[in-house]
Design a protein around this ligand. Sequence first.
Ligand SMILES: [Fe+2]
Length: 559
Amino acid sequence: MRVLGINAVFHDPAAAIVVDGELLAAAEEERFSRRKHGKEPVPFSTWELPLQSARWCLREAGLEAGDLDAIAYSYDPALAPAAGEDITANEWEGLRTLFAERAPRFLQSALPGLDPSRVRFVAHHVAHAASCGPASPHPTCAVLVLDGRGERGSHLAGRYREDGSLEVLASQRLPQSLGLLYEELTDHLGFRRSSDEYKVMAMASYGEPAFLDDLRGLVRATGNGGFVAERVDWASYAPRLARGGDDWTPRHADLACSVQRRLEEVLLDLARWLHERTGERALTMAGGVALNCVANMRLFEESPFEDVWVQPASGDSGTALGAALHVARELGDEPRPMRSAALGRSWNDDELASWLDGAGIVYERPDDLPGTVADVLAADGVVAWFQGRSEFGPRALGHRSLLAHPRTPATTARLNEVKGRESFRPVAPMVLAERAAEIFAGRLPSPYMLFTHRVAEEWLDRIPAVAHVDGTARIQTVDREEEPLVAALLERFEERTGVPVVVNTSLNTAGRPMVDDPRDALECFGSAPIDLLAIGPFVVRRPGSEAALGRALQEVGAR
Ligand SMILES: [Fe+2]
């Protein structure tokens, strides 16, 4: 069966294609449109479909729209609030429902040949659930969806049985929502809702849980799989911050810390309830809240589940993938686990060479690409690394990455400058899977950067750029079989420096979506102080940076 998955309703529009139960490709619309998060998260943008990513998914699978057996749309307007029972008090809500109902005809007009009667609506949280349970390596598992909102709910708890069916055990109705609670705090702290929640998580580690007692009264599990999240008068704890969140004080960090801590406690309560009900060994998670890697670490370490697996595209983009897997199963296919998050576009060597020729830029093809890149990194250079298929989801995982040496906190400052980010934001390390346990404690392996790990004491001053203020790091472990080129780079870097860890952050500049195609890579390289672009087998050097790096390299060698 050939199933196209579509996420369009709230934010992060995306498309995915599943053929005979196998996930062939998935992409977020922002990577094509170059509009961060694809569109505004407002009801009247529901008509905006992820058309460029959908067309690319079809091309990638060698299909025409008329070949599709089904189109899986990750929202069911039949479950949406009826007129007059507007649970979010948003007067535009009816428009969202109307646009979702009309989606089959919108799709038909935009993708000629598509049969609108083949569009199937999938409940939003079922789509999230199918993005983690069936996509995970666990044949049976418990599933927890933790979201801002779906049609009428904000959460789903259940299990995937051996036959691949989903049993829903609990769901929390709106307006109670852990995701919206965190979004409100994000907004109060001057950051962008449904986008910048990770900044709040980073700020939390600078604070103390000074308001935890109050929050325990306002936000609590109810003992039946659900929870209560009452409205919080944020300003009574810390004044509202202007856009950008630059003027934050210790009180703001304390508020972020208190909410973060309470979220972790409630998630642990929900996980304990779910374990008691299911007795499953593994917990799988999706929904925007599942991107909270500090909470994920606590669930892994303190919940009764032996393993925790999180969908790397846990935000709404992942519902395109989940809806497609769910419908594939409904049509009789057996969905297979995803093997990698590298589900996006790629270009072959000839195509890359012609992009570079077209840009009229000087480039070379080194015999030893990982060694050449390792030389620049060892000399404290910043490298743009563009290799293979782009990642699906918000994390760079060694395909569209900015790389650097982790030995000095100045690296963090320099990368944050390249990316125009807040100074408190940590950068993350990548490490070979077999070396990770020497340096990091926590859930290993961790291929998708969805957990935090404690950095071993003796490594803290060797890799300070990747250790957050609380001594943790959000690591990516690199599997030698799956990522041979990144593994070779890590080895060459260690040969030169004695350090088996490289800083990895997403390849983009401030406020822009991650680099996806070669033009994006060249624009990013051209507009930021990056020393080397490694694009496929080719490298482009920044004129003038070589001398400075050469001097630095001599110093390294002299030590
Ligand atoms: Fe969602």
